[in-house]
Design a protein around this ligand. Structure first.
Ligand SMILES: C[C@H](O)CC(=O)SCCNC(=O)CCNC(=O)[C@H](O)C(C)(C)COP(=O)(O)OP(=O)(O)OC[C@H]1O[C@@H](n2cnc3c(N)ncnc32)[C@H](O)[C@@H]1OP(=O)(O)O
Length: 707
């Protein structure tokens, strides 16, 4: 039996050669070093064919062109020289394709990412399908890498440095139409005629040598050293402001593109391969790759072992406020399911419908969505003041205000109007699911489904089980959250669940530092430098000081003294300081840049004269260590099922610095013994809240790590 190959050649009667890509046994095509020999054989045959008119490169896997180089292969490299040589191998292969003297067309359906796009860029033309699965981009930066097989050189030469830079620096994935608008693809067609369209293009075109088509203005900017200097120095400034030195890939990307623009294509490729090798060995890239592996594994899990989710055809949403509106939106727009919204007044329903309409309309205006799709999505949304339409709901998600009696009443209502398997999923952020389910006739159908605000943007969903939640309910809720575009983690019931529980001591400590006199912006900047997207005091304004004040004593009562918040909420609330929602918090919301600078009057209110005494590193350690310690408690108590879930929950729910890999990966990197030492140091200085979690003590004693 001959071994199945990933690259095969078909020579057609019309003298067009079709290179078919189909990596055996895998759902997605990725590029592996072991394919080099077979690609070389295919190219040998093409080069030897004297009557050839054109070449088409296409995937035989519907919905997957090439999703990039195989990330596991990159991960397995032990030295920079190894990864550099992978990049060089890709470069050489793509160079040969580009040098063919007949037109070469990439026919793209499905993911065309990273090395996949680099392959397509080496082709002379690109045709892509209009399928929703077709995404085009260079996402290497999200893995802490840069495009290593020509992407940093070919994309700027195809569409200009100014358009290429933001794409490579963000890793943004484009739909086919957006890619066409930017000049990355030449044509967009339905999948059914992709091959024909590509062949036609090959037959009527000429082999193309790379050219840049500049407008006059671009010629002046990008075509001169001085002009390019301006572009690159601005890009560096922006990258530094964003990355705070935490993402080395950003600087390297700019350096590589700049080097190639000054010294030429070949020198650019050399620089690119070397940079790729270096970046692959950075701890930042390693952690970001770990996140890719973790989320890919999580996509496959049901949340309840082998139990299959039940079918979901209809969803009910109780409450049309900010959360309810967001939940209805992700249900209709992302999951494509009908969502029926109930509220006690019409205003709530109108709010929820308008919320979706506004989000969709923004996409239409940006030409990311057709108006017909907006209309079809809106048709999936409906509302009512009573429970009509809830009889068929398979899952009802409750997002009303935090009142236990009200929520218990809703459980009873849904048990009365719904069917026997209707799941009651509560979006509570503070009430125990066990209590909400306490009077349920079918407690097995009750579960927590905790979204983060804004629902359409935040990627995490916490799925909270109580003792009696059935496996079917868990699996079905996990499946729904995934359809809504979320990465769910299944957690056990308990105050604050996981995310808010690890957040609370961290926020309390930040407040304590401010009360000790550290300036608010200094505390926030220290944690932004550590890698959080916003600082804790700013976050407190966003969440609402009143909300934090309400939750803090509940947490302390349930979980113990280490959760006791410093005594300042009273003064803040007496002064009507609720945060962003009423434009009065730690930051000032009037003036030209609302929310950008501290409202100095808060210091006199709290009786503080601010003066910076601690280093940023010290501030970051004092706050972050409490989050890490609490994460360890959550693991030991079974609140989270694994360090992996704890890492993904913290990164996707709070914005824990991704390049640090999450609380558990970070503790492993620092060393659990060192974490314990630091906690004990602070315990002596600042008190018992720093007592290391017993799990950490035990691990330190045995020299263990989480992974
Ligand atoms: C030299 C070059 O410049 C370097 C590179 O190319 S680095 C790689 C750049 N590419 C990427 O970062 C893309 C990574 N992949 C993705 O974002 C997503 O998988 C996707 C958008 C392509 C598809 O998503 P989705 O449809 O949800 O499928 P998903 O479950 O993630 O993936 C399906 C399978 O493909 C695998 N896969 C996808 N891309 C992969 C990659 N680049 N490397 C290794 N495996 C990959 C997944 O691991 C999974 O494998 P499994 O089923 O055996 O576990």
């Amino acid at each position: 039996m001959t071994e199945q190959k990933a690259f095969t050649l078909e020579l057609r009667d019309d003298n067009v050669a079709v290179i078919h890509i189909d990596v055996p046994g895998e759902s997605m095509n990725t590029l592996k070093a072991s394919f080099a020999e077979e690609v070389a054989q295919v190219l040998n045959k093409i080069e030897q064919h004297s009557d050839l008119k054109g070449v088409v490169v296409i995937s035989d896997k519907p919905g997957s062109f090439v999703a990039g180089a195989d990330i596991s292969m990159i991960d397995a490299c032990e030295t920079a020289a190894d990864t550099e040589s992978l990049a060089r191998q890709g470069q050489a292969m793509f160079d040969r394709i580009e040098q063919l003297n007949v037109p070469v067309v990439a026919a793209i359906d499905g993911a065309c990412l990273g090395g996949g796009l680099e392959l397509a860029l080496a082709c002379h033309y690109r045709v892509a399908t209009d399928s929703g699965k077709t995404v085009i981009g260079l996402p290497e930066v999200q893995l802490g890498l840069l495009p290593g097989s020509g992407g940093t050189q070919r994309l700027p030469r195809l569409i200009g440095v100014q358009k290429a830079l933001p794409l490579i620096l963000t890793g943004k994935q484009l739909r086919a139409k957006q890619a066409k608008k930017l000049g990355i693809v030449d044509d967009v067609v339905p999948a059914s005629i992709l091959l024909d369209a590509a062949i036609e293009l090959a037959l009527k075109s000429k082999a193309k040598v790379r050219t840049v088509q500049h407008s006059m203005l671009n010629k002046m900017l990008e075509g001169t050293g001085v002009g390019r200097g301006i572009i690159f120095s601005k890009a560096r400034e922006q990258a530094q402001a964003k990355a705070k030195g935490n993402y080395p890939a950003l600087d390297k990307i700019i350096d590589t593109i700049a080097y190639g623009a000054d010294k030429g294509f070949k020198a650019g490729l050399e620089f690119e391969a070397r940079s790729f090798g270096e970046l692959a060995m950075t701890p930042e890239s390693k952690q970001l790759r770990n996140i890719f592996f973790a989320t890919t594994a999580m996509k496959k899990e049901t949340g309840a072992g082998d139990t299959k989710p039940r079918e979901i055809n209809r969803v009910g949403v109780l409450g049309g406020g900010l959360m309810g509106g967001g939940i209805a939106y992700v249900t209709a727009a992302k999951a494509g399911l009908p969502a029926r919204i109930k509220d006690i007044n019409e205003k709530g329903i109108v709010h929820a419908l308008k919320y979706s309409y506004d989000l969709l309309n923004k996409k239409v205006k940006r030409k990311h969505m057709a108006r017909a799709e907006l209309e079809a999505t809106m048709l999936r949304l409906s509302g009512s003041l009573d429970y009509s339409g809830f009889g068929q709901a398979d899952v009802v998600i409750e997002a009303v205000f935090e009142d236990l009696n009200l929520k218990q009443q809703m459980v009873a209502d849904i048990e009365a109007v719904g069917h026997e398997n209707t799941i009651f999923a509560t979006n509570t952020s503070s009430l125990p699911i066990t209590k909400i389910a306490a009077n349920a006739k079918r407690p097995e159908n009750v579960i927590g489904l905790h979204y983060f605000s804004p629902v359409d943007k935040m990627p995490l969903a916490e799925i909270i089980t109580h003792e009696g939640t059935s496996d079917e309910t868990i699996a079905t809720t996990v499946a729904l959250a995934k359809k809504q575009g979320k990465t769910p983690i299944v957690v056990k019931d308990g105050a604050g669940f996981y995310v808010n529980r690890i957040l609370a001591p961290y926020m309390n400590e930040a407040a304590r530092l401010v009360l000790e006199g550290e300036p608010i912006e200094v505390v926030d900047q220290a944690l932004v430098k550590f890698g959080f997207p916003v600082g804790p005091m700013k976050l407190m304004d966003e969440v609402g000081i009143d909300v934090a004040a309400k939750v803090a004593p509940i947490m302390a009562d349930e979980l113990g003294e280490r959760f006791r918040a410093p005594d300042a909420f009273g003064k803040l609330l007496d002064d009507e300081r609720k945060g962003k929602k009423n434009q009065k918090g730690f930051y000032a919301y009037s003036g030209k840049k609302p929310g950008k600078s501290v409202d100095e009057s808060v210091y006199s209110l709290l009786g503080i004269s601010p003066s910076s005494k601690l280093s940023g590193e010290e501030i970051a350690q004092r706050t972050a260590l409490l989050m890490l310690n609490e994460a360890a408690y959550c693991l030991a108590e079974g609140i989270i099922r694994s360090p992996r879930d704890g890492d993904i929950g913290a990164i996707f729910g709070i914005g824990f610095p991704p390049f640090r890999g999450g609380p558990f990966r970070y503790m492993d990197a620092v060393g659990v013994t060192e974490i314990v030492n630091r906690l004990q140091g602070y315990q002596q200085q600042h008190g018992e809240r720093y007592t290391p979690a017993p799990l950490l003590l035990k691990m330190a004693e045995n020299n263990e790590s989480f992974y």
